[in-house]
Design a protein around this ligand. Structure first.
Ligand code: HT7
Ligand code: ZN
Length: 871
């Protein structure tokens, strides 16, 4: 496929200032009339042809300033409309196109989901609605008239504010006109038409604007939208307080649809969501679902400033809106919940998704320099590593310069399409700091490594730390990065507050050379260093440290993240040691004893944190750490063995904890963080009990399912059972399916749990489930639940040595590619770590990849991922 390069960017030759759209909705024959006010761009090439993007469009009529264009004056194809010699002055082009929303299986452009008309235009879907300059630096003011049969689509929503609506007498049709006064790129355009129920409330911004907030959902599900509506309001309050950003329209609409390629979309004033991230009730949603809804509602709302008011000049700048907005939603969730617990969750996600991406064939810089298919660059690197860069920037310039820099960035770039450089300049101005070298974080792939050694001098009472950074994957000529290291020293009884070091300011040392050394004075006893507190930089840290020292950190560090990290490191060392034949039972027992002491001291004070400590590093975490010649079966066995040993050793404590945390009968469900934390610790305890004693675990899990008053407890019981083969498991699976046959989002959980069972029979089970009447390739959530969970969250079965897991995934990718290439390409990313497997599995994965790439008629999306994976 042709490659788009950052270095080739040039401004558009033409601009579009105003768009008047008239969309007459029909299931198969939707007519779109676009009146575009176009003018030559003073920054473009004079006299250049006008080339409007299209995708799968049929042109019905075309005129210029009210006159039909002569056939010789334009060229048309489904993918472009060209005026070779457009007027060298402002003019109005009126284009009528015809589209078939019911046939749109790609779910990009205008499509129907369960009978609801909706749109998805990012990154390049608007060109599937009308011919346009479909690039983010072309920003226009939109007025949209939507017309539809009233019985089919009683609700008609557009961007901006409602202007007018009415019936078209005698036709059964009606219309609504929406006007958005804020210039925006086409990717933020949206419309919705359908039968929808809603919940709403009004909100007064601190600037004195009264805004009608509404969440629209499938008929009969309005009650399940209450939590999302509340999250919208909390997001608005928070953005005013934390960033001084207020909402800027009279209405804010959220619409939930069931067929959606990603999580949600921040269209101006009309956010459209995958209903998985809107609908919640105690009976159907888990605590994790509630937290995700809160975070994604916030994320899309925050885009109103970071993305919409200030947008991206081109798609290479995607991290400018996505990394920044992830950072903003993470801060919001940290304020709503426990900061330490949330930070641990963020880092777990980064390590699970971004670190492997950065270490594999799909690695790319946070600001890529080239792409063949932009939809394949909505990645963990752009989002999650992009957010870490913003966090490091705040650590470097300090809280108050950071806030001032954000204010400056928003005001200097309001209404503009900006770049990463525009972003950094605002912080340079406010902090006086030169960020040219910091900008290197955006430029090259690869996770940096920082090796640290510590030396204590008892006579001098000094402690020296030597740092060395390396940049695997970044290229030999890569300069050193600017790495903020938040750190401190811990003694046998707690933090060593009196130790001082001139290079450490407010607890932060800035490592900006390949090598550097620090010396602390007044260190009265051999300390344990607590490095990268709060995970202050997205790096891998290599420091040899005894388990005993790490367990000192678990007990005494003032930093919550590093307390958790200490336990994770010990557990990882034990498991990796075991699979190399180098770990002892004594080590595991010492670790179990330390966990027991930790639970006694802290579990009831902070159950959510304790649950995270008990959740050992995942199989994928261990694979990432091992890095080469990976045998997922060996990893799974080593992990299981440690869980068995800990479960056996802590059994009485875990049982006592479960009892202490049980909610009194009749307690109403609350999704708040404290209640969720208690549930998660009870379930983590159950999981370890069951690992060591399957019979007891089965009984406890069944009892938990039977007594459950909410989906969190029910699903946790089922997840524990999923690891315990036998008739009890199958009976509970069957009962669950019967109970939730009419609840698609709950059935997705049922599909997903079964797909992740780490047993040989899972392949057959997944194939059987693919023929289940509820399975549909047309619904992305269902495909992700079954095949996505299998490929991305079942390491032993996806990576089976006989290649059966790769084959199943490849077949699904190829079948899906014919209808929805974007979702097919996402599924392909499961192959991203294939080169790090041991030789037999590696060969099987490679042949599956080659088979995919050789398939005739493959989409650009899948060709791009398969091609890069093999390169
Ligand atoms: N900005 C959006 C990213 C997106 C997307 C969403 C739904 C379907 C297709 C999409 N392509 C890109 C969502 C976000 O990050 O906020
Ligand atoms: Zn986003």
């Amino acid at each position: 496929p042709p490659t788009v390069r950052l270095e080739d960017y040039r401004p558009s030759d033409h601009l579009i200032d105003r768009v008047e759209l008239d969309v007459r909705l029909d299931p198969h024959d939707t007519r779109v009339t676009a009146r575009l006010a176009i003018r030559p761009n003073p920054a473009g090439r004079p006299g250049a042809p006008l080339v409007l993007d299209g995708d799968d469009l049929r042109l019905l009529a075309l005129d210029l300033d009210g006159q039909p264009l002569a056939p010789a004056a334009f060229r048309v194809a489904p993918s472009a409309l060209t005026l070779p010699e457009p007027p060298g002055r402002p003019f109005t082009l009126t284009i009528e196109t015809r589209i078939d929303p019911s046939a749109n299986t790609k779910l990009m452009g205008l499509y129907r989901s369960n009978g609801v008309y909706c749109t998805q235009c990012e990154a390049d879907g608007f060109r599937r609605i009308t011919y346009f300059l479909d690039r983010p630096d072309v920003m226009a003011v939109y007025t949209t008239r939507i017309e539809a049969e009233e019985a089919q689509a009683p609700v008609l929503l557009g961007n901006g504010n409602p202007v007018e609506s009415g019936r078209i007498e005698g036709t059964g049709r009606h219309f609504a006109v929406w006007h958005d006064p804020h210039p925006k790129p086409a990717y933020l355009f949206a419309l919705v038409g359908g039968c929808l129920d809603r919940v709403a409330k009004s909100f007064d911004t601190r600037e004195g604007r009264t805004v009608e907030l509404a969440v629209h959902v499938e008929p009969g599900k309005a009650e399940r939208a209450a939590y999302a509506l509340d999250a919208v309001e909390r997001s608005m309050v928070w953005d005013e307080r934390a960033f001084g950003r207020a909402y800027d329209l009279d209405v804010f609409n959220v619409v939930a649809v069931s067929d959606f390629n990603m999580g949600a979309m921040e269209n101006k004033g009309l956010n459209i969501f995958n209903d998985k991230f809107v609908l919640a009730s105690p009976e159907t949603a888990t605590d994790a679902d509630y937290a995700a809804i809160e975070a994604i509602i916030a994320h899309e709302y925050f885009h109103n400033w970071s993305g919409n008011r200030v947008t991206c000049r081109d798609w290479f700048q995607l991290c400018l809106k996505e990394g920044l907005t992830v950072f903003r939603d993470q801060e919001f969730s940290s304020d709503m919940r426990s900061r330490d617990v949330h930070r641990i969750g963020e880092v777990r996600t980064l390590r699970a998704r971004q670190f492997p991406e950065d270490a594999g064939p799909l690695a790319h810089p946070v600001r890529p320099r080239q792409y063949a298919e932009i939809n394949n660059f909505y990645t963990a690197t752009v989002y999650e590593k992009g957010a870490e860069i913003v966090r490091m920037l705040r650590t470097l310039v300090g809280e108050s310069a950071f806030r001032a820099g954000m204010d400056r960035y928003f005001s200097d770039n309001d209404g503009r399409a900006a770049t990463v450089e525009d972003f950094l300049v605002a912080f340079e101005a406010e902090s006086g700091r030169d960020l040219a070298r910091f900008a290197e974080w955006y430029e090259r792939p690869g996770t940096p490594r920082v090796a640290v050694t510590g030396t204590y001098d008892a006579a001098e009472r000094t402690y020296r730390l030597d740092f060395r950074q390396t940049r695997p994957g970044a290229g030999d000529d890569a300069p050193p990065l600017v790495i903020p290291v938040r750190l401190g020293l811990v003694g046998p009884d707690g933090p060593l507050g009196e130790a001082t070091c001139p290079q450490v300011e407010d607890g932060v040392f800035v490592l900006d050379a390949f090598e550097a050394a620090l010396t602390f004075d007044d260190v009265t006893a051999p300390p344990v260093p607590s490095l990268f507190r709060g995970f202050s930089a997205p790096v891998r840290v290599d420091m040899a440290m005894d388990d005993a020292d790490r367990l000192t950190l678990l007990r005494h560090d003032s930093d919550g993240f590093n307390r958790w990290e200490a336990a994770q490191r010990v557990a990882a060392r034990l498991m990796i040691g075991a699979l190399r034949g180098a770990a002892t039972d004594a080590g595991a027992d010492a670790f179990a004893a330390a966990l027991g002491a930790f639970l006694d001291a802290r579990a009831l004070d902070d159950p959510a944190f304790a649950a995270l400590v008990l959740a050992l590093p995942s199989e994928n975490d261990l694979a990432d750490e091992i890095g080469a010649e990976i045998d997922p079966d060996a990893i799974c066995s080593a992990r299981r063995a440690l869980r068995v040993r800990i479960g056996a050793s802590l059994n009485p404590r875990l049982r006592a904890l479960r009892d202490a945390l049980a909610e009194p009968a009749g307690t109403p469900f609350s999704p708040d963080a404290a209640s969720a934390g208690r549930r998660s610790l009870r379930s983590a305890a159950l999981d370890l009990i069951a690992a060591a004693d399957p019979a007891d675990g089965t009984a406890l899990a069944r009892a938990q399912i039977a007594a459950a008053t909410n989906m969190t407890d029910r699903l946790a019981g089922l997840s524990t059972l999923a690891l315990l083969p036998g008739s009890a498991r199958e009976a509970e699976f069957a009962a669950f399916a019967e109970c939730y046959v009419d609840e698609p989002l709950v059935l997705d959980k049922w599909f997903a749990i079964q797909a992740t069972i780490p047993e040989d029979g899972t392949i057959e089970r997944v194939r059987r489930l693919q023929t289940h009447p509820a399975f549909a390739m047309t619904n992305p959530n269902r495909v992700r639940a079954l095949v996505g969970s299998f490929a991305l969250a079942n390491p032993t079965q996806f990576n089976r040595a006989d290649g059966a897991g790769f084959a199943l995934t490849a077949e699904t990718v190829l079948a899906l590619d014919r209808t929805n290439p974007q979702v097919a390409a996402r599924l392909m990313t499961a192959f991203g770590s294939w080169r790090r497997l041991e030789p037999v599995r590696r060969a099987a994965a490679e042949s599956a990849l080659r088979r995919i790439l050789a398939t005739p008629g493959l989409s650009r999306d899948v060709t791009d991922i398969a091609g890069r994976s093999l390169a």
